[in-house]
Design a binder for this molecule. Structure first.
Ligand SMILES: C[S@@+](CC[C@H](N)C(=O)[O-])C[C@H]1O[C@@H](n2cnc3c(N)ncnc32)[C@H](O)[C@@H]1O
Length: 217
């Protein structure tokens, strides 16, 4: 059988599949990221089924602007933009990955997936109503030839993760945060774990957290 992903226009077919509510396999989706990154996607990027579940939950509370803190090549945002009405913004430190993510969004025709070069430890977060986090600082634990890029943005995982957790602690009550494969530090006080499902690769959980009302903590 011909593999449509190798044919011109396969991105339109992929976008159509997502729009129809049918989730593609990760192998098919990851093809978007090119020959060098597609083989690394299973290690670093969110599986399609996890992204879909997280995106639906994050927008289920009414958020219309969702941020992925450490967006890689944009996989979570692209899936979210395809299956919900919200706008997904990927904040990513590495320019090359942002370029790839923007290119993938353009090829899929997804205007509600946007990507910016930004440091998640300092970028303004106030425009977003919900957040996705997929272990953004753990890349250094992989072999160097498995890194997404030769330069790591955050060599010190615990320091960076603790700083990000402190930022999450300042989010308004009611804010939803979905965490896949961990944050790298404990979630801050004031967040309530509403669900934890083993959906991801290697049994990694998708955790759904909500910032509680300030008076309760
Ligand atoms: C595990 S990948 C996650 C990819 C994406 N969230 C997904 O689920 O498909 C983590 C990403 O976080 C990025 N990152 C690490 N530290 C960062 C920082 N301080 N600011 C922005 N991005 C950062 C890395 O460059 C990497 O692309």
């Amino acid at each position: 059988m011909a593999r449509d992903r190798d044919e011109p226009g396969w991105e339109a077919a992929l976008a159509g599949q997502l729009a129809a509510g049918r989730l593609p396999t990760d192998a098919r989706f990851d093809r978007l990221f090119g020959e060098r990154l597609a083989p690394l996607a299973a290690l670093h990027f969110t599986p399609v089924a996890v992204a879909a579940r997280a995106a639906r939950w994050l927008t289920g509370g009414g958020a219309t602007e969702v941020a992925d803190l450490g967006a890689g090549a944009g996989k979570f945002c692209l899936v979210g933009a395809a299956i919900t009405a919200a706008t997904f913004t990927g904040l990513e430190a590495r320019q090359g990955l942002v370029r790839l993510a923007r290119d993938a969004a353009r090829r899929l025709g997804f205007a509600t997936a946007r990507f910016v070069v930004a440091d998640v430890l300092t970028a303004p977060l106030d425009r977003y109503g919900a957040f996705y986090v997929c272990n953004p600082f753990a890349e250094g634990e992989a072999e160097p030839d498995e890194w997404l890029d030769p330069a790591l943005p955050a060599p010190d995982k615990l320091t960076a993760a603790t700083a990000l957790a402190a930022r999450l602690a300042t989010l308004p009550p009611g804010t939803r945060v979905a965490v896949h494969c961990g944050l790298g530090a404990p979630m801050p006080d004031g967040f309530e774990l509403v669900s934890s499902e083993q959906l991801g690769r290697l049994g990694a959980p998708l955790e759904c957290w909500v910032r509680g009302a300030a008076r309760r903590w």
